[in-house]
Design a binder for this molecule. Sequence first.
Ligand code: SF4
Ligand code: SF4
Ligand code: SF4
Length: 296
Amino acid sequence: MMDYEKQSQRLAEIAAKLLEEETVEAVLGLRDNPEAGWPTPYCARNPQDAKRLVWNDACYTNLAFYLTEMREKTAIAAKPCDVRSIINLISENQLDRDNFIIIGIECEGMRKDGKLAPGCDACPSSTPSFWDIAIGADGADTWCDLPMAQTGENVTQWAKTSTVEERFERFLKEIDKCILCYACRQACQGCYCVSCFMDRKATPWEQIDADTGSKIAFHLNRAMHLAGRCTDCGACEKVCSAGVNLKYIYKGLSEFVEETYGFKAGVDPEATPVMNRYEADDPQVAFLGGDCIVGI
Ligand code: SF4
Ligand code: SF4
Ligand code: SF4
C-alpha cells in the first residue's frame, strides 16, 4: 500500500540534505500546481525549496527528458518508468551517468480520471531497476515490491487475431480524435529532436490543419521514430486531452521489436540501441507489411 505522505516527506528530507551538503546543485521533481490540476516539474535549488517537492498518484509526468536540460549536478526523483527512460537516454548518449543521482521512488500506478493511468495497467515492476537512493512505497529506504495490476490489453494478441482492415480501421478511429496539439510528443522522453519533422511543415505561427493526412503522417512517423526506443511509460497517452489511445500503438511496437530483435528499451544502459546495430541475418519483417504484428 502506498503512503504518499511519507514518500513526500522523505523526498523533501533527502533533497534538503543533498542540497545542504552540496552533493548536488539542483533536485528535479514535481510540485503541486492547482492551476494545472496535477503536479508539474519543479527544480529545488536550495534546502528551503526542497519542501515544495511532492509525491502522489497524479505524479505521472515523465521527468527523464527534463534531466537532459540540466547543466548542473542534479538529483532526480524518478519512478520506475522514468528510470527506464533514463536508461534509454544514457544508451543514446543523451545523459551522462556521472552527472546525476537517482532518487528512486516506488510506484504501484498513477491515477487519471479516477482510474489507473495509461501504461500503469501493464507496468512490469513497482521498483526501479537502477537507483542511488531508494524511497519505498511506505516511505522507508527499502522496497516493498508491490504486485502490479497487469490488466492492460494484450496488443500483440489482438493484432495477431485481427485483419489488416480491422487494424487500419482501429488506427483511423483513434487518430480521428487527435487535434494535432503535439502534447504527446512533448511528454515523450524519446522525442528530443531540436527540430521535429512535423515543425518543418509550417512556420511556427502557422496553424497546421488537423486533416487525416497530417494526422497519419504524424502518428506513423512518430511511431517509427520510437521503434526500439519506447519505454512503455504511457506519458504520451496520459497527457492527451483528446483521449487518443496511443498506448496500443506503442505497446504493440515495443512487443514487435522485442519479439523480432530480442531488444527492450530501458533495460540496459550499456546496450547498443536496436536501430544502431545491424546483423546480416536480421529478420526481414516489416511493422507495416503483411507479416507484421501490429500492422496499422
Ligand atoms: S508506468 Fe505507471 S506504474 Fe509504472 S512506474 Fe510509471 S507511473 Fe508507475
Ligand atoms: S496529445 Fe493527443 S491530440 Fe495531441 S497530438 Fe498527441 S494524440 Fe493528438
Ligand atoms: S511513446 Fe509514449 S509510452 Fe513510449 S516512451 Fe514515449 S511517451 Fe512513453
